[in-house]
Design a protein around this ligand. Structure first.
Ligand code: 6PG
Length: 272
């Protein structure tokens, strides 16, 4: 895995961020699992707990499967000391095929010695998505011991990116893009004709380690626009993710990275 670029063109000084390019999906799953395991070991060594916000969608599935199946990660990580959260959830119940919670349980959580009391899912089954968001915000405040105005500081936040430049359930042109006070909100997504549940930009940007997992040729246009195009977060919400003091890593395979400019392959010092 070669260290690559600090994203250019995003119009804002990028925090310490890197584009790490790997050959293909399998290499991305391997690198993602290694990153998860190393972040977990580091956090647990330092603070006896590792708090992670999982991503939904299909890309992370291969990473979660590696973590559950590969003896290196199974043995290296103290799974009982991990607290699991989600970056977003669909407006569905936990048994629904579209549920991000169900996916993570089937592929990873049900296959590892985790403590079920350390799993906080968003209650997508509630008729009123705003109620689910309010409840999740209360969960976060209680687990992280937050007072008003404070944001949770996840050890690791996993994110995917859609071919339209959305991330989590921060979709282009939606209200949640502008939320800077709340920790979790319901977000109506007109183009999907549905509500979604999502953590907010300030929560993502308070992460210690934020890791995008982007794989496949269908993401190439959006990745180029997000990393090298003008700063236009209403259209490309992934550009909003600029951790204030954390590390931002774009873990991308060659197919997704094929349109990136050649100098995006040179490691650069962090932005100004
Ligand atoms: C979701 C995710 C969403 C996802 C992207 C990429 O709930 O679907 O939070 O933001 O990460 O849509 O999805 P793929 O990994 O399936 O391409």
């Amino acid at each position: 895995m070669r260290g690559d670029v600090t994203p250019r063109g995003a119009g804002k000084p990028a925090a310490r961020s890197l584009v790490q390019r790997v050959d293909d999906a399998s290499a991305l799953h391997e690198a993602g699992a290694a990153k998860f395991a190393s972040a977990a070991v580091q956090a647990i060594d330092a603070r006896s707990v590792f708090r992670v916000a999982l991503a939904g969608g299909s890309t992370p599935k291969g990473v979660y499967a590696r973590l559950a199946e590969d003896v290196r990660w199974r043995s290296q990580v103290q799974w009982g000391k991990i607290q699991f959260f989600w970056g977003d959830e669909r407006h569905v119940g936990p048994d629904h095929p579209d549920s991000n919670y169900r996916m993570a349980c089937e592929v990873m959580l049900d296959r590892l010695p985790i403590d079920p009391a350390h799993v906080w899912r968003m209650k997508g089954e509630y008729e009123d998505a705003a109620r689910a968001a309010d409840e999740y915000e209360r969960d976060l405040r209680s687990v992280f011991g937050l007072s008003d105005g404070q944001f949770p500081r996840f050890d690791l936040i996993l994110l995917g990116m859609g071919a339209d430049g959305h991330t989590a359930s921060l979709f282009p042109g939606t209200d949640a893009l502008r939320e800077r006070r709340r920790l979790a909100v319901a977000n109506h997504v007109e183009k999907l004709a549905t509500d979604r549940l999502t953590l907010t930009v300030p929560v993502f940007n308070n992460g210690i380690d934020v890791l995008f997992l982007v794989q496949g040729p269908d993401k190439a246009e959006a990745l180029k626009a997000v990393l090298e195009g003008p700063y236009d977060p209403e259209r490309l919400p992934a550009q909003l993710i600029q951790p204030a003091s954390g590390h931002l890593t774009w873990l991308v395979d060659s197919a997704a990275a094929r349109l990136l400019s050649k100098d995006s392959r040179k490691a650069q010092s962090p932005g100004p």
